[in-house]
Design a protein around this ligand. Structure first.
Ligand code: PMP
Length: 455
């Protein structure tokens, strides 16, 4: 039996109690041998079932930037469950979803002003891809179906998302359902240690806009008349916070516009504050045709995803003709526009505004950047990247076991009371917006010790 990381000694359960739950994105065998159970959360800390406090170095899964159990969100959710816990999402509405859509549009880049609701980031990705295909069909260009993603991109786990997604481990088990191509990744070579936005021109053939020109090769191969959309994250989160070089997204935008291809930004991580702006689009100065988001909209307290489209896209659907009872876009989920999720979304937006959370992210980011890059000299550190309140640290692989060290480091951190994410060959950090400077410093100091303590 491996030594339990957290004793959970007070949890008395019969043998086999953990068996029934087949856990998501988890090593079930490892977990069930040494379970890590969280009992509660408040602010930037979890409390485990054996009463230990753990700093939330990833804001949940990049979603709880405002901290946990915020009173205003708790109250809004409770009130909404008591008032209207569910409302049919098809052919019926409730006021909150319209109110929230208007509030969301205020935060979006100019021109993105029609909000479609889903229940998650994965559903938002698949909705955006279906929307893109249906848009071209409605415009009489049904041949435009091909989708293009980016190597190392992550767009959730549904079939559309894994087809355009470029994280090999998430797809190789399941295959590809939708025909898709991938742009080469934009990761700088290990050892580049870029702070914030990497420059347009860098060594080793890794050059800003020139990387985006790879899209022209795919257009030459397939012809733009067969391509519906390109989907990218402004910066790739799950790949380990990979920030594209200056000029990359701008050039993608130019090429997509010139060839009538829709540009989709997956802002499930970058949206609603983590970049210090409402969107990655605003932070990077590029406006897509369709933008998806989830996670931080409700501060993680309720599942909610959105797909925000340009008005012309919406209008194209509305102008298709046919009887007025016809569905313009035959797509949606039982939990689209869920009233409790909308209530949590409105309360979270209120708090983001009231607490000047974006301003706080902008103030804390340089402190975070300096602290994270101080790890440069720690053992096994191969590269470090950061943007806003997000950072990825590439871990040099142990011989024959490329994924082991990041896991060991994350588990060592947990023993010391810090939660960070390991993914592929990286450690990922996304501390809450409400973190203090002292908390950031102690998180990074502990992480440096964990790197150095790992064989
Ligand atoms: N897109 C991106 C960019 C993400 O980071 C994630 C989740 N990490 C998703 C989509 C999927 O979101 P969900 O897990 O809510 O389906």
């Amino acid at each position: 039996m491996p030594e339990p990381l957290l004793s959970n000694a007070d949890v008395q359960h019969p043998d086999g109690w953990l068996d029934a739950h087949w856990m998501a994105f988890s090593a079930n065998r490892e977990f069930k041998a040494a379970p890590r159970l969280i009992a509660s959360a408040e602010g930037s800390y979890y409390t485990t079932t054996d009463g230990r406090r753990v700093f939330d170095g990833l804001s949940g899964l990049w979603c709880a930037g405002l901290g946990h159990a915020r009173e205003e969100i708790v109250e809004a959710v409770g009130r909404q469950v008591a008032t209207l816990d569910y409302s049919p999402a098809f052919q019926f509405g409730h006021p909150l979803s319209f109110e929230l859509a208007n509030r969301i549009v205020e935060k979006m880049p100019t021109g993105l002003n029609r909000v479609f609701y889903t229940g998650s980031g994965s559903e938002s990705a698949d909705t955006a891809l279906k929307m893109a295909r249906a848009y071209w069909r409605a415009k009489g260009q049904a041949g435009k179906t091909r989708l293009i993603g980016r190597a190392k991109g992550y767009h959730g786990v549904n079939f559309g998302g894994i087809s355009v997604g470029g994280i090999v481990g998430n797809r190789k088990t399941f295959g590809q359902a939708v025909e898709a191509d991938h742009l080469p990744h934009t990761q700088p070579p290990n050892g580049s240690f870029h702070k914030g936005m990497p420059p347009a021109e860098a060594p080793d053939g890794w050059k800003g806009a020139a990387l985006a020109d790879e899209l022209l090769q795919l257009i030459a191969l397939h012809d733009a008349s067969n391509i519906a959309a390109v989907i990218v994250e402004p910066f790739s989160g799950s790949a380990g916070v990979v920030i594209p070089p200056v000029g990359y997204l701008q050039r993608l935008r130019e090429i997509c516009t010139a060839h009538n291809i829709l540009l989709i930004f997956d802002e499930v991580i970058t949206g609603f504050g983590r970049c210090g702006q409402w969107t990655g689009a605003a932070a990077f100065g590029v406006v897509p045709d369709i933008l998806t988001a989830a996670k931080q909209i409700t501060n993680g307290a309720q599942p909610l995803g959105i797909v925000v489209a340009r008005q012309e896209i919406y209008d194209t659907f509305m102008e298709q003709g046919g009887p007025d009872y016809m569905l313009e876009f035959p797509h949606g989920y039982t939990y689209s526009a869920h009233p409790v999720a909308c209530a949590a979304g409105l309360a979270s937006l209120d708090l983001l505004e009231r607490d000047s959370a974006l301003q706080r992210v902008r103030e804390l980011s340089p402190v975070f950047e300096t602290a994270v890059h101080s790890l440069r000299t720690a053992r096994h550190v191969a590269d470090i990247r950061n943007y806003g309140l997000a950072a990825g640290i590439t871990v040099a692989p142990a011989p024959g076991e490329p994924a082991k060290r990041p896991w060991q480091i994350a588990m060592d951190m947990l023993r010391k009371g810090y939660y960070v994410r390991y993914g592929g060959d990286t450690i990922q950090l996304a501390p809450p917006f409400i973190s203090t400077e002292a908390e950031i410093q102690s998180l990074i100091a502990a992480l440096g010790d964990s790197f150095n303590a790992t064989a």
